[in-house]
Design a protein around this ligand. Structure first.
Ligand code: CDP
Ligand code: MG
Length: 140
């Protein structure tokens, strides 16, 4: 049991489809505090850093092209067990496997456009928050 911070994002498909309000509403209803939030189009270099663990995989180039294809909403969430909790709210990476009631289960059909991102572990959360909010002074 511990208060954690995690990095969350509404991906370009979610923004294009008008799902920002729905996703933010679920986060607020759950009870996580949004301590940072910015709308931005991710520069390519930043996208490559964010998804660095996937460099060399066949989906890396399409993933970087997609994540830089339009604005995203990047957030820092804070709350009890927020890292695993937000992953649970998003559901499985592949929407085909994501349970109904999860964001990917309810709002996506294909893995390459799955609406939301969330850090997968404490070290990842720290790294990703640093990439998106590092020197910004934008975290409450
Ligand atoms: O986003 P998550 O941490 O659940 O999954 P990941 O394994 O870290 O992959 C990052 C993103 O790459 C996923 O959310 C998918 O959008 C995309 N991806 C893909 O397009 N094709 C795959 N075979 C695996 C991942
Ligand atoms: Mg991941």
């Amino acid at each position: 049991m511990a208060t954690e911070r995690t990095f969350a994002m509404v991906k370009p498909d979610g923004v294009r489809r008008g799902l920002v309000g729905t996703v933010v509403s679920r986060i607020e209803a759950k009870g996580y505090r949004i301590v940072g939030m910015r709308l931005m189009t991710i520069p390519r270099e930043m996208a490559e850093r964010h998804y660095g663990e996937h460099q060399g995989k066949p989906f890396f180039e399409p993933l970087v092209a997609f994540i830089t294809s339009g604005p995203v909403v990047a957030m820092v969430l804070e709350g009890e067990d927020a890292i695993a909790g937000w992953r649970g709210m998003m559901g499985a990476t592949n929407p085909k496997d994501a349970a109904a009631g999860t964001i990917r289960g309810d709002f996506a059909t294909v893995i390459d456009e799955n609406v939301a991102h969330g850090s997968d572990a404490p070290a990842t959360a720290e790294r990703e928050i640093g990439i998106f909010f590092g020197e910004s002074g934008l975290i409450d």
